[in-house]
Design a protein around this ligand. Structure first.
Ligand code: G4P
Length: 527
């Protein structure tokens, strides 16, 4: 056992903050960075954020995404821990990026707006967490504004996110009357004073019946708090760390990110209970982070939009062993040994060349098209990490060549853009036509632009009305063949050659489910 490696692993916390746009993800990220000393003024992260006004202008978004490479991973030290926050794009047209990022984190913090409760994107992202039993902590934000009753919010979190919740702090009023939170977990009272930079002071309270509380918040609010806490103790189980780590229970915190209120409580609890990098199940075997041999996988590729030369950064999550600069590692898919002269680490929003990295760390590797999402690098062993999931796109179009002289360039461009994970390619088994599936309209524009400017190829889109791409499976080989035969007009292959049923409406999918009970239909490639 390598003691130094174990120590490095145990101090790492790699996570993502996810939310529906506007719930306060950027603000919370920024406040966490302030605590870590990674930034010194509020607003530093914000300036890199994709501006809401520019949502229909994808060039502007891409430009800002370019800037945001530096904030893709934000590393900082806090209380002896090394924290890596993986940023996820706020714009929902890039949701696929977020899904992939979630495969590289060990836990997640979900931000929910107290007035809005659980919103669509939060629900979808939680589904991805659930697939992998990722531990989640929930931060209910904007308590300084009028919002819903906290008990209502807890109910909604449980039903909508399908996870048991346990409040670890509890608000005293809300909106204009918001007075602070009672810390159920550590028995303390944090009084609210609106401030965007300073940290609230903690008042230790041993007992909820302490008259101190009456003095601080007034007898009426103190009585209400006691009533609430009694109800909580009756309804919610005591917080069990093991249940949290298994992804069965989510602890809930209340606060106001903008006012830096409740954020320190969240961070202090987070570093204590959130998991350090855990074992990863590869196709061949389970990889333990403490193994000496290095292994890691590419979960994201960020292309720079320079039309003159194609260059990317491949983001590698270290899963085991120690990664070192200029050491040869095996690129499993191509079976080549590669050395990296300028791998970068991300600390305090700055990129810098790094000599070594440990499990939980993210290394950025400059790339000119060698990497594909899901690729594995190792010290030598043939390890394949289980594929990153693809999710059914929301929009589909046929892609056609608009310049017959440039067919090769078009094919190459499509292939590389798909490897980068810009969108998904399906090939119709019926007529061989290529179908591009995306989460939003913006990707079609991005693809068309990049094909032209980076590959000199021109494409044309043809409308295609589809509801979902469904990955299919069955224990009965004959039933599967019969289904494919009957639906051959609607069958396609995904990028890995797997069979996908392209359902053109929910109704058609329901009918297929009824007619072919032995077939299982999935909206995700991982099941
Ligand atoms: P996002 O990344 O999840 O999209 O959310 P972001 O942090 O950008 O927050 C969205 C809006 O909510 C911002 O206001 C932000 O200032 C505000 N906000 C975040 N936390 C709190 C909070 O605790 N209380 C209150 N009252 N507001 C909060 P904006 O007007 O859209 O942006 P800005 O002009 O303030 O920068």
């Amino acid at each position: 056992m390598n003691e130094q490696l174990t120590k490095e692993i145990q101090k790492r916390r790699t996570f993502a903050i996810i939310s529906h746009p506007d719930a306060g993800k950027t603000t919370l990220t920024e406040k966490l960075l302030l605590f870590g000393g990674a930034i010194h003024v509020a607003g530093a992260v914000k300036s890199n954020k994709i501006k809401k006004t520019a949502t229909s202008d994808w060039m502007e978004i891409e430009k800002q995404r370019g800037i945001s490479v530096a904030t893709s991973v934000m590393g900082f030290e806090y209380d002896g821990y090394k924290i890596n926050i993986l940023d996820t794009p706020g714009h929902q047209d890039f949701a696929e990026d977020t899904f992939r990022t979630l495969t590289a984190v060990d836990s997640v913090i979900i931000v929910v707006d107290v007035a809005k409760g659980v919103e669509t994107q939060t629900r979808r992202l939680m589904e991805v967490c659930r697939m992998r039993n990722t531990p989640v902590i929930i931060f209910v934000n904007k308590l300084d504004r009028e919002g819903r009753d906290p008990f209502d919010i807890l109910d909604e979190l449980e039903t909508e996110l399908k996870i048991k919740v346990v409040p670890l702090t509890w608000p005293i009023n809300i909106g204009a009357k918001f007075k602070g939170v009672y810390n159920i977990y550590e028995h303390g009272l944090d009084l609210f004073t609106p401030s965007k930079q300073t940290i609230s002071e903690r008042i230790e309270i041993d007992d909820i019946n302490s008259p101190e509380i009456d003095k601080l918040v007034g007898p009426q609010d103190a009585a209400k708090l006691r009533e609430d806490i009694e109800l909580i103790n009756g309804v919610y189980p005591e917080f069990d760390e093991k249940e949290y780590l298994e992804g069965n229970v989510a602890p809930v915190f209340f606060g106001s990110a903008l006012n830096t209120f409740g954020v320190k409580e969240l961070l202090d609890c987070f570093v204590k209970i959130a998991p350090s990098p855990r074992a990863v199940v590869a196709e061949e075997r389970t990889i333990n982070p403490e193994e000496d041999g290095f292994s890691g996988f590419v979960f994201k590729i960020h292309a720079n939009m320079d039309p003159n030369h194609r260059s990317c950064i491949a983001f590698v999550k270290v899963c085991s062993g120690k990664f070192e600069r200029n050491v040869g590692y095996r690129h499993v898919r191509s079976d080549k040994v590669m050395k990296f002269a300028a791998p970068t680490a991300f600390m305090a929003q700055k990129k810098s060349v790094v000599e070594e990295a440990y499990p939980g760390d993210i290394v950025g590797i400059p790339d000119t098209g060698n990497f594909k999402i899901g690729d594995t690098l190792t010290s030598g062993e043939m390890i394949h990490f289980k594929g990153l999931p693809s999710f059914s796109p929301e929009m589909f179009k046929y892609i056609e060549n608009a310049d017959p002289m440039k067919a090769k360039q078009l094919d190459k461009g499509i292939k590389q853009l798909m490897d980068e994970g810009v969108a998904q390619l399906f090939t119709s088994s019926f007529n061989g036509r290529k179908i591009i599936g995306t989460v939003g309209q913006l990707q079609f524009e991005v693809i068309q632009y990049r094909l032209l400017h980076e590959y000199g190829a021109q494409c044309r889109w043809e409308p295609l009305s589809l509801y979902k791409a469904c990955w299919i499976e069955s224990d009965d080989e004959e039933a599967l063949e019969a289904f494919k035969k009957r639906k051959h007009q609607f069958m396609a292959k995904d990028k890995d050659g797997r069979d996908v049923f392209m359902a053109d409406s929910n109704y058609v999918l329901q009918m297929a489910r009824n007619d072919f009970p032995k077939i299982r239909f999935h909206f995700s490639s991982e099941f």
